[in-house]
Design a protein. Structure first.
Length: 710
């Protein structure tokens, strides 16, 4: 990497090749070679790197480089490296076979159909069973040795001359050979490439395997050749979508650009001025404007007139195709700017991508909705444990027959806690009984109980109890980590520890607010000399509770201020994306599933922070969500409509919508259902269908079954 970094500029100019400490400098003429050599030597000198003269050669027509001998027009394997290939003994272990294949892989570009020939040998290295060397392996071993001994010469490619590419596929491999005409006018290979099929690809039909052999075809021409499979029935053939093939930029696009330039007043005027070589009719110079292939260019970039349809066509090409993969605003702009330019390019790209539903749905939301927090106000007349919040810590290790912990927090007054070991299966009656035994007997009946306040996946509504749970779990980790089955015995000490400590909100301890003093945890270093009178203690207790209430209100103001964000509440009828982190569909990869689902329509505004969505009935989840899980659905003018929602087709007198894809399935046998996505509709319109509903889409269903082995 260091060598590539210091020679980066020269490498990009295709002046040298570098592999570790091997440097190859090449040129068509001696003068240019001297210039490049001096540049390389200067870079080495600037970086305190030195060469051994005895290991260097200069101004030669033939050079050895990385086990190959390079001539001006061709390249072949180094005979020194091939010495002894005929005497290579047959391997008797996997290690010996891997040694032979390692040598072969180094020169595999010189061997036609290499993967197909070496397939039996490679397969033998992958088996965990006993070594079985049979006639198939003997023939493959001998064939490779003969091919390496044939000293095949490859032609060095010339980028200015046309190439001919031949592809083919067998049952287990695909391959290709790149040809070019040599100085004698004969076709000579420039290199071979082959690749073994995986288990699934080996089960493909003959047409599919042949298509896997296509490496790159930029377009049909007079040299193209096709095999004749006219005798095969049509149903065995599969038409692949255009997006699977990498080709040249659509010629029709440039024709559209020409038409747009000739009909645009500014572009047409500049074209006429440059064609007739007359002075600029504008206040600006035309030096940066040129004409190439009847197209108007600005600073060597094709000029795009003010035509929204044409700009959208270019954006769809450079943003939506699999070759580009929905890049970011900056990357898309950079890709387009390599070929095209128009005023406001960056702004148009930004608006286009902001309206791209694929990006909104599939990419991680780096700017989630952050509504402000609305703390629950404290009742100024509340006494200790008159307003409480209740929560449960579950799935703890079994201790004294308990596996859960009931946490009761004094919400409005002291912030003290009461902890009650219990079981995860506890019901409402059991909860009431625990409360009666542990809280009611000391503080009486509460005025208010806060429990399960939150909407789906929104614990911030009871942050106080969540924080208490974290402190409790940390205590248990520290003191019960080595003996997790003893946590129930530590609850009295845990409860005493929490209520003795000064709370960050009230600035005093829960014990001090409840009792008017702190119990003694250990013998004091100095005994107290005097005790306050009853009236003084009551006055002190009243003062402490008033100060705690004031501190509680101040903490709420501080929290609301420091968590305030610019947030615009949603309105009835708005379309929003729903965060899909906690949505799980059967037989669907969580890593590759959409980051957001929707868009869904807001059916009801319950509060500025809570909304009821119009969800799919099959989801069977509560439709109320907090604003932090919702993101506005964006549809921009630059991008245009995202979902065309085409009308149904009339088939046999019945309306039928077109199925785009099957997303997942659930159930078995006759009860199996498939979650499908309709073509031209958002994921909020996805629907579960039975197998009988696929009468007019059997190919989609059969392909899905084959892929999932159903």
């Amino acid at each position: 990497m260091f060598m590539n970094d210091i020679f980066q500029i020269i490498i990009t100019e295709e002046a040298i090749l570098i592999y570790m400490d091997n440097i190859l400098i090449f040129s068509d003429n001696l003068e240019d070679l001297h210039h490049k050599t001096n540049r390389v030597l200067n870079v080495l000198q600037d970086n305190n790197l030195f060469l051994k003269p005895e290991k260097c050669v200069f101004e030669v027509q033939e050079v050895k480089f990385l086990g190959m001998i390079i001539h001006p027009d061709n390249i072949h394997m180094d005979p020194v490296k091939l010495v002894g290939i005929q005497q290579w003994p047959e391997p008797h272990t996997v290690k010996q076979l891997c040694s032979f294949l390692g040598f072969c892989n180094f020169y595999h570009h010189f061997i036609p159909n290499y993967s197909n020939i070496a397939y039996p040998l490679n397969k033998l290295t992958c088996t965990n069973g006993p070594w079985k060397w049979n006639e198939l392996h003997v023939n493959a071993f001998a064939t490779l040795k003969d091919l390496f001994s044939s000293q095949l010469i490859l032609l060095i490619p010339n980028k200015t001359k046309p190439f001919i590419l031949e592809t083919d596929a067998s049952k287990v491999t695909s391959g290709a050979v790149l040809y070019q005409t040599n100085s004698n006018g004969d076709l000579q290979p420039c290199g071979f490439i082959s690749e073994a099929f995986g288990p699934a690809q080996q089960r493909y039909k003959v047409y599919d395997r042949e298509l896997l052999g296509i490496i790159y075809i930029p377009g049909a021409d007079s040299l193209s050749q096709q095999s004749d499979y006219g005798t095969e029935p049509d149903e065995e053939q599969t038409l692949l979508p255009d997006t699977l093939f990498i080709g040249r930029i659509d010629v029709d696009l440039h024709n559209h650009i020409k038409d747009a330039q000739t009909t645009n007043q500014l572009a047409n005027t500049i074209l006429c001025a440059k064609t007739l070589n007359i002075p600029s009719p504008f206040k600006f110079s035309l030096d940066d404007w040129t004409i190439d292939s009847d197209l108007l260019l600005f600073c060597k970039h094709i000029y795009i007139p003010d035509n929204k349809d044409l700009k959208q066509q270019i954006l769809h090409l450079f943003h939506d195709l699999p070759s580009f993969g929905h890049p970011s605003i900056f990357k898309t702009t950079s890709l387009i700017h390599q070929h095209y330019w128009w005023p406001g390019l960056t702004i148009f790209v930004k608006n286009f991508i902001n309206g791209c539903t694929t990006c909104q749905q599939m990419k991680i939301n780096t700017h989630p909705t952050t509504p402000p927090l609305t703390p629950i106000p404290a009742d100024p007349s509340t006494l200790p444990f008159q307003s409480v919040s209740i929560d449960f810590i579950t799935n703890l290790p079994l201790s004294n027959s308990f596996d859960s912990l009931m946490v009761i927090v004094d919400h409005d007054s002291s912030k003290g806690i009461v902890l009650c070991p219990c079981n995860k299966t506890i019901d409402a009656l059991g909860t009431a009984l625990l409360y009666h035994q542990n809280v009611y007997c000391h503080f009486g009946l509460p005025k208010c109980i806060k429990s399960k306040l939150s909407t789906t996946y929104h614990p911030q509504t009871d942050g106080q109890t969540e924080q208490a749970n974290q402190e409790i779990e940390a205590y248990l980790h520290i003191y019960c980590g080595t003996a997790p089955n003893t946590w129930a015995e530590s609850i009295p000490d845990l409860k005493f520890s929490h209520n003795l400590q000064t709370h960050s909100v009230t600035k005093t301890s829960p014990f001090n607010i409840i009792l008017g003093y702190n119990p003694i945890p250990i013998p004091p270093a100095i005994e107290p000399t005097n005790l306050p009178s009853l009236s003084e203690r009551l006055h002190l207790l009243s003062t402490i509770r008033k100060e705690a209430l004031a501190a509680h209100d101040l903490a709420q103001l501080h929290m609301a201020h420091h968590t305030s964000h610019k947030f615009t509440p949603f309105k009835l009828g708005d379309k929003v994306w729903l965060e899909a982190t906690h949505l799980h569909f059967p037989n669907q990869s969580h890593k590759l599933s959409p980051k957001q689902e929707g868009p869904f329509t807001i059916e009801q505004v319950l509060s500025p922070l809570n909304y009821c969505l119009k969800l799919l009935k099959a989801w069977q989840i509560h439709p109320v969500f907090h604003a932090s899980l919702l993101t506005p659905f964006a549809e921009t003018d630059s991008h245009g409509p995202s979902f065309t929602q085409p009308p149904p087709d009339l088939i046999d007198g019945h309306e039928e919508f077109e199925i785009k894809a099957i997303i997942s399935h659930s159930g078995n046998g006759k009860r199996r259902k498939y979650l499908i996505k309709w073509k031209g509709y958002p994921s909020s319109a996805n629907e579960w269908l039975k197998e009988i509903d696929f009468k007019n889409a059997p190919k989609i269903l059969n392909n899905y079954k084959t892929l999932h082995f159903l």
